[in-house]
Design a protein around this ligand. Structure first.
Ligand SMILES: [Zn+2]
Length: 262
């Protein structure tokens, strides 16, 4: 189980019956500052470019936009199970699953997708590939323990937590993520002080991947069943968009997961 760079995307090898990947900023059609594979309608990019980029983001998976489901993400901890009846929702920006930061499915008829620029994508499945899910965990979602809620969702479907497999994808590293006291308080309250290194009186470096790893282990996911992507989106602006580095006009990348249907 590992994340590896494969052409213009980062692939998570997690289970032979699961496809999971993360796009980079490469391989798209958008101009600066969205060069080139921006996937978000909420920045000032051209809609025609975004549709083409979203189509390209699915290439290699054998899936089209009509099979994609995307939510409206709000940095909280609500999770939705979706099925074939949701196919296409949010895929072209219209009618996304509302106010949701986690998607799960047991169906092989759809692809789950979410947008990222520094926040942590968490990919979940299990050793039998009964279900797949993806979570959007920035500091707020992490502090709201969306990763624990995600694990509990799988357990409620009858999956043994010791058989859950988790991939923590490309996101901002502690090298590039300085936070202030409110964030320190929120993260240390749930994950302890380990993911935080003090910089000065009022600032800390936050390792959000480590915080999520700790919280996943606290809810029973085995350490050997968790893998972390080696990339920092802040350090690698050649490869990724970064909200921290590029600001509000940064493009957005996509995290995707699906059960293979053939
Ligand atoms: Zn960095």
């Amino acid at each position: 189980m590992e994340f590896r760079l494969d052409g213009t995307r980062v692939v998570l090898d997690v289970h032979p019956r699961v496809n999971a990947w993360f796009t980079t900023r490469k391989g798209g059609v958008s101009s600066a500052p969205f060069d080139t594979l921006n996937l978000s309608y909420s920045v000032d990019d051209l809609p025609a470019n975004i549709v083409e980029n979203r189509r390209r983001a699915l290439l290699g998976s054998g899936r089209g936009l009509n099979e994609l489901v995307m939510p409206h993400q709000i940095h909280q901890n609500h999770i939705e199970w979706v099925g074939p009846e949701h196919k296409g929702r949010g895929a072209r920006g219209q009618n996304p699953i509302s106010a949701t930061d986690g998607l799960f499915t047991e169906s092989d008829a759809l692809v789950l997708g979410m947008g990222f620029a520094d926040c942590v994508p968490i990919y979940l499945t299990d050793a039998d590939a009964q279900a797949v899910g993806i979570l959007h965990a920035g500091w707020r979602g992490t502090a709201a323990q969306i990763q624990k809620l995600g694990v509990e969702q799988l357990v409620r479907r009858g999956i043994d937590r010791r058989r859950i497999l988790a991939g923590i994808g490309p996101s901002i590293g502690p090298c590039c993520y300085e936070v202030d006291r409110p964030v320190y308080d929120a993260i240390s309250a749930v994950a302890g002080g380990e993911p935080l290194v003090q910089k000065d009186e009022e600032h800390w470096w936050l390792d959000l991947k480590k915080a999520n790893r700790i919280l996943l282990q606290m809810v029973g996911v085995l350490p050997e069943n968790i893998v972390e992507a080696p990339f920092c989106t802040g350090c690698r602006s050649d490869l990724f968009f970064s909200y921290r580095v590029e600001g509000r006009r940064s493009g957005r990348m996509g995290g995707y997961i699906c059960l293979k249907n053939k």
